[in-house]
Design a protein around this ligand. Structure first.
Ligand SMILES: [Mg+2]
Length: 311
């Protein structure tokens, strides 16, 4: 039978302890989740950032996976809404397909069209169709998000290593790596779910990034991504978990379409995207990677203060 399990919610994925969900302010940077990495006391600075790919560093609006999934389901006459296709974005792609098939409307539509509820072998079948379609359109959606190159340069100048994780399988990640390297973006470590035998919301890609980049403790690492699944991955690993609201899945628009919004519409959509990441348990939320520096300053101040759970 098809698993109906949903992506774990905030309370399922955050380890016990911490100071609850109180908020605190530090200058312009707002701490949203006071349950901090428990080893904070042993770290006095950040050593590495682990960045997500689509919607965080490349593919403004995370368009490639959304459009491909809509196309694949379109082949069987199921037209997925943006909300349906984006709800579980960030998971490994086969898990994402399984979750889409578990949405009651989609499950019922499948039943009506195919005469049975979706099974795990249907998940495999949709995934098999997804791979070549996604590979064929990934290159055109692999451009760096504006500001990423300069931001990564600044992060490196402050002594940070740069790792990465993704929901894409290895072959797709390799394609992104090749294109990004040509544009000047080369992380120190890049891992896909199949490299470690499991993807988000599990923490193992982050652990393996730490091993390969030789960085510790976990409280000296921050994970940055655009989906609730990214946030859960970071929280499950015990690292700092930071959301990026403006360039990814929560808005779901190309750079040009985003710029074309009226300022009030843009702000209202940003608010929704920020809240989704906050609800997922993010320690901090920024709109773009370019705005991360004050957050990194604040985390390092917090680490040096050795009073990690006090705002
Ligand atoms: Mg992403």
């Amino acid at each position: 039978m098809l698993s109906l399990s949903r992506t774990p919610q905030y309370d399922d994925v955050v380890r016990d302890g911490g100071a609850g969900r109180s908020r605190s302010w530090y200058g312009d940077v707002r701490l949203l989740n006071a349950r901090l990495p428990p080893e904070s006391v042993y770290a006095n600075k950040l050593n590495a950032l682990v960045l997500d790919w689509a919607g965080t560093t490349v593919d403004f609006g995370s368009l490639a996976p959304a459009r491909t999934l809509q196309q694949v389901f379109g082949r069987v006459n199921i037209l997925l809404t943006d909300a349906e296709v984006r709800r579980d974005m960030g998971l490994p792609k086969k898990d994402h397909i399984r979750e889409i098939l578990s949405i009651p409307r989609v499950r019922d539509a499948w039943h009506e069209l195919r005469g049975h509820r979706p099974t795990l072998s249907d998940v495999d079948d949709v995934y098999r169709q997804f791979i070549p379609l996604q590979l064929s359109c990934l290159a055109e959606h692999s451009s760096l998000i504006p500001g990423v190159l300069a931001s990564v340069q600044r992060f490196r100048e402050r002594g940070l290593k740069i790792g990465s994780t993704t929901g894409y399988p290895r072959g797709m990640l390799d394609l992104l790596l090749e294109n990004s390297a040509r544009a000047g973006f080369q992380p120190d470590c890049s891992l896909s779910p199949e490299d470690v035998g499991g993807g988000r919301p599990e923490p193992f890609m982050l652990y393996e990034n730490a091993v390969r980049m030789r960085v510790y403790p976990l409280a000296s690492i921050a994970k940055i991504g655009d989906t609730p699944a990214d946030i859960h991955e970071g929280l499950n690993a015990g690292v700092w978990s930071i959301g990026v609201a403006g360039t990814g899945n929560g808005i779901g628009l190309s750079y040009d379409d985003f710029q074309a919004l009226s300022s009030s519409e843009r702000e209202s959509r940003l608010e929704d995207a920020r809240h989704e990441l906050e609800r997922a348990g993010a320690h901090y939320v920024v709109d773009t990677l370019s705005e991360l520096d004050p957050v990194l300053d604040e985390i390092e101040t917090r680490l040096r203060s050795r009073q990690p759970s006090q705002g």
